[in-house]
Design a protein around this ligand. Structure first.
Ligand SMILES: Cc1cc2nc3c(=O)[nH]c(=O)nc-3n(C[C@H](O)[C@H](O)[C@H](O)COP(=O)(O)OP(=O)(O)OC[C@H]3O[C@@H](n4cnc5c(N)ncnc54)[C@H](O)[C@@H]3O)c2cc1C
Length: 445
C-alpha cells in the first residue's frame, strides 16, 4: 500500500484501487479514501484513480427536469451515514453555497434534483482524487505472476491507456432498457437522455407526444410535456390500469437501511427473493403520490373544461411503430376492448426502465467465472485470482434494493474501503460469501 507503488522489475505504476465510472457511487468512495488517507500514516496511504467516460461530472443530466425532486431524504448524501462529521455533507454544501438557513426554512427532506446535482458536482470538484474524465474503460485483464496467481489487473482505456491495480471497483451505473420492437431515432428515444432529445426535435409546433411506462420517470415526463407544450396532446401508454404510489412509509423504508443489507445478504435465497418482491413498490414501477395527484388534477380540469389533451392509455400496449420524417406513427392496442388506434406523434418517449451495466463486456471470463458476491461487495473469483473486484451496483439480488440507489452509497463506500484496506494489508480473502445467487439483476426505475 503506497502512493502508487511499482511492479518489481518494471517502471509501471500500481494503484491500490481503480474505479470504473465516477458517478455518485465511486465519488462516495473517492471521498472515503481521501478521509481515510488523511488519518493514515504515510505508508498506509491508498492510491486510487477513477476513469469516467463522460467529459465532466454529471448525474443523469437528461432527466434534470425543472421541479423534479429527490426520491430519498437529503441526509442519504455521499457521506453522512458513514461520517456525519465529514466536510462533504449536504449541510456542508448548503453552508458553502450560503443557503443553509434558507434550506432549513424550506422544511423539506427532498431537495430538487437540480440542487442535488449541484451538490454532487460540488463534491466532485472538491475531492482530492485522480479522476480521468473522457476516459471510458474497455476491459479489465488479469496479469498472472510467474506462479500462475493473479495479484494485479490491467485496466485498459478506450485510448489505449493502461493501469495496473490490486483492486477494481465497478461503478458503471445503469443501462437503458429498450423494448425489442423499438429502434432508437430522433423521434423514438429512452427517457434517460430526454432533455437532449426533446430539444433536438424539428422546430415545428408539436401536436402530440406518447410516453410509454408508468414509473416515476414516465410520470415526470408526462407532466413536463403537458406543462411545457400547452398546445400538444400527451398520451401515457401503460399496461397497468393506473399509476401505483411509491411506498415511502417509515417501516417499508427500512428496506433501504444499511442494516437491511446484512439482513438480506445473510437470509435464505427464497426469503430474500420474497422480500425484494414484496417491497418492489418502494422503488419500481411506482410514482410519488404528490405527482400522481397533480396529474390527476390536471386531467380532471380538462374533463371539466372539455379541452382534453392529457390521455392515460391504460391496460394498453404498443404493437407497432412506423418512424417517418414528419412524425412517428404509433399503434396502441387496448387490452380491455382489443381495439387498436394509430396516431402520428412528434415523439415516442420510452420510459421503460434500466438494468445494471453488464459486467461481461469489461471483465470477460472474470465475470463469467464468478461464483457470487461477498457481503463486502467483492466478486467471488477463482482461487488463482487474488486481486479484488468490487461491485457498486448490480447486486440487488444479493444485497437488496439499495444496490442501484443513493440510499446506501456512503456506508457501502466505507465497507468497500475497509475491505480494500484489509486486502492490501493482509492479502486475506473474505469469508462470508453468497455463492448461490447470480450477481446480475435486471430492474426498472
Ligand atoms: C432520472 C433518475 C433519477 C434518479 N433519482 C434517484 C433518487 O432520487 N434517489 C436514488 O436513490 N436514486 C435515484 N436514481 C438511481 C441512480 O442510479 C442513482 O441516483 C445514482 O446515479 C447511482 O450512482 P452510480 O454511481 O452507481 O451510477 P451512475 O450515476 O449511473 O454513474 C455511473 C458512471 O459510470 C460511467 N461509466 C459507465 N461505463 C463506464 C466505462 N466503461 N468507463 C468509464 N466510465 C463509465 C458513466 O458515464 C456514469 O457517469 C435515479 C436515477 C435516474 C435515472
Amino acid at each position: 500500500m503506497s502512493e502508487s507503488s511499482r511492479t518489481p522489475g518494471s517502471s509501471r505504476d500500481i494503484r491500490d484501487v481503480v474505479g470504473i465510472g465516477f458517478g455518485p457511487a465511486n465519488l462516495a468512495l473517492a471521498i472515503a479514501i481521501e478521509e481515510s488517507n488523511e488519518a493514515a500514516a504515510p505508508d498506509d496511504q491508498l492510491s486510487a484513480v477513477f476513469f469516467e467516460a463522460e467529459e465532466k461530472f454529471s448525474w443523469h443530466p437528461g432527466m434534470l427536469l425543472d421541479g423534479a425532486t429527490m426520491q430519498i431524504a437529503f441526509p442519504k448524501d455521499l457521506v453522512t451515514f458513514r461520517n456525519p462529521r465529514s466536510a462533504y455533507t449536504f449541510f456542508s454544501y448548503l453552508h458553502d453555497r450560503g443557503r443553509l438557513v434558507d434550506f432549513v426554512n424550506h422544511q423539506t427532506f427532498f431537495p430538487t434534483r437540480h440542487e442535488f446535482n449541484d451538490y454532487l458536482g460540488w463534491a466532485a470538484s472538491r475531492v482530492s482524487a485522480d479522476v480521468r474524465y473522457g476516459a471510458a474503460v474497455t476491459s479489465v485483464k488479469p496479469v498472472p505472476d510467474e506462479d500462475g496467481k493473479t495479484r494485479l489487473f490491467e485496466v485498459v482505456g478506450a485510448d489505449g491507456t493502461t493501469v495496473l491495480t490490486r483492486n477494481v471497483v465497478m461503478g458503471a451505473g445503469l443501462r437503458e432498457r429498450i423494448p425489442e420492437w423499438a429502434t432508437r431515432s430522433t423521434r423514438c428515444f429512452h427517457n434517460h437522455n430526454f432533455l437532449n432529445h426533446i430539444g433536438a426535435l424539428p422546430p415545428v409546433k408539436h401536436q402530440r407526444f406518447a410516453v410509454l411506462g408508468a414509473g416515476q420517470s414516465a410520470a415526470e415526463i408526462v407532466q413536463y410535456l403537458h406543462r411545457n407544450y400547452p398546445d400538444a396532446e400527451v398520451h401515457n401508454v401503460f399496461s397497468r390500469y393506473g399509476y401505483s404510489p411509491a411506498d415511502d412509509s417509515p417501516y417499508a423504508n427500512r428496506i433501504f437501511d444499511p442494516e437491511a443489507v446484512d439482513d438480506l445478504h445473510s437470509a435464505p435465497a427464497e426469503v430474500r427473493a420474497r422480500l425484494l418482491d414484496v417491497h418492489r413498490s418502494t422503488n419500481y414501477s411506482c410514482v410519488d403520490i404528490d405527482l400522481i395527484n397533480e396529474l390527476y388534477s390536471a386531467e380532471y380540469s380538462e374533463r371539466v373544461s372539455g379541452a382534453r389533451r392529457l390521455f392515460m392509455r391504460r391496460a394498453s400496449e404498443i404493437i407497432e411503430i412506423n418512424d417517418q420524417a414528419d412524425g412517428i406513427e404509433v399503434s396502441i392496442r387496448s387490452d380491455l376492448d382489443g381495439l387498436t388506434d394509430t396516431l402520428t406523434y412528434d415523439a415516442l418517449v420510452l420510459a421503460t426502465g434500466f438494468e445494471p451495466a453488464p459486467l461481461e463486456p469489461l471483465l470477460g471470463d472474470i465475470a463469467r467465472n464468478a461464483q457470487g458476491v461477498a457481503r463486502d461487495y467483492q466478486l467471488v473469483l477463482s482461487d488463482d485470482i487474488e486481486a479484488g473486484i468490487y461491485l457498486q451496483g448490480g447486486t440487488e439480488r444479493t444485497h437488496g434494493l439499495t444496490s442501484s440507489l443513493l440510499s446506501n452509497v456512503a456506508v457501502r463506500a466505507g465497507e468497500i474501503l475497509a475491505a480494500v484496506r484489509d486486502r492490501c494489508s493482509s492479502e486475506s480473502l473474505l469469508a462470508t460469501v453468497n455463492q448461490t445467487d447470480p450477481y446480475v439483476t435486471s430492474e426498472a426505475r
